[in-house]
Design a protein around this ligand. Sequence first.
Ligand code: 0X9
Ligand code: ZN
Length: 455
Amino acid sequence: MRSKTLRTAFLSLAAGLAALAFSRVQAADSPSGESWSRPEAVEAVTKKAKAFKPSPSAPLESDDRSWIVVEAAGREERNKVAQAGVSIEMVDGSKVGGIATAQAIRKLQEAGLSIEKQVSLRSIGLEDFPKPDEVFHNYSETLSEINAVAASQPDLASVFSIGKSVQGKDIIALRLNADAKGSEPNSKPGIVFLATHHAREHLSTEVALKLARWLAENRGKPEVRGLLATRDIFIIPLVNPDGVEFDIETGRYRWQRKNMRKNSDGSVGVDLNRNYGYKWGGGGASTSPGDDTYRGASAFSEPESRAVRDFVEAHPNLKILLSYHTFSELILYPWGHTNDPISEGRALKAYQSMAQKMAEMTGYTPEQSSDLYIASGDTTDWSWGAKKIFSFTFELTPRSMWAGGFYPGAGVIDSTFQKNIAPALYLIDLADDPYRAGGGAVALAGSQEPAAVSK
Ligand code: 0X9
Ligand code: ZN
């Protein structure tokens, strides 16, 4: 739909970073099977990166961030990396890859961590969106698609704004409930799907939009009809609309993660997934405004996270929350701010069963969020910790940076969505009583096992 799309940009990046290919969960993604850390491979990446000529209109000239690879064996060391303000994107054995400002790199050095690789985002020199990826939705296209879905099923669907972004854009929600429209309260068990807290994770918006359309178009199917009749379903496809527009507006990806808050030091952006108000200010969230994981001036300082908070608080019937992110193919559940498991044994059992079941459906890896790294102020710690809503973070496709990272191209949209239908239906079904998941088989409201749903 946009005149420019994602794929070439990522092909350039993927080529440049191919030798750095590794993932949060395994290193076997390298096409050659070779170790990504071989000196000659690192050299090749450096040459490739230097060979790129950023266009005169490059948007990244003042951007001091780099893709880095750090030696950090084990969770404690990873937490030190996160603590320095690095947004960790990949973990493989003793190596961590992520995006760091110059300041975060200084902190890593002060902490005695060894930086094995550093490639400036500027030098990566991303290109325009090519034609094949035009299907990705920008902000106005996301609005149009949500409105079109609602218009196609006026008795079932409604659209409303949960609040405005820092630049004043509406954060829109689609609701599927024949008995309650817009933001009015309702007593049916509720579930909310959120996407794109992080601007560069565009694939998560696509999955949310496709879920909205799929549910509307398949409302007559037996396995869907029962769920739509008995659940209150909300889909919020774009939590960070300003960041998304900034990321794509020049046709060159900016690798934007945060919102567009103007910080007091002149830097831009707060990490919305560090700004929620449960244990806000703890580990794995930066106090430096320029960092990609900047937590913000205070808990819920940002209108986007406040909008989600206010929406959740206005709908106490919500029982399940799923926040789509990319990438790494993970299914994460609280806690994220501490290595401790959640204290309620019955709930933990339910979480583990749900995560395991959804892992079987998707092929993703289930784990407690903090097993990846500690991060405080994320959406799901708040929605569980403060509201006792069963909450998951999905890190969608791809598995690794080599396979496309944040910009995997339009080719993965449909396959990613297809494998996420079953977990979505599973969670919608469980919304009446998520604890059912821990106690054996789930009694479906529809007539068919979600995993067997026809696509
Ligand atoms: O760091 C994040 O906010 C999420 N990963 S992402 O690459 N999409 O940015 C993961 C959040 C998981 N939560 C914790 N580890 N606490
Ligand atoms: Zn994310």
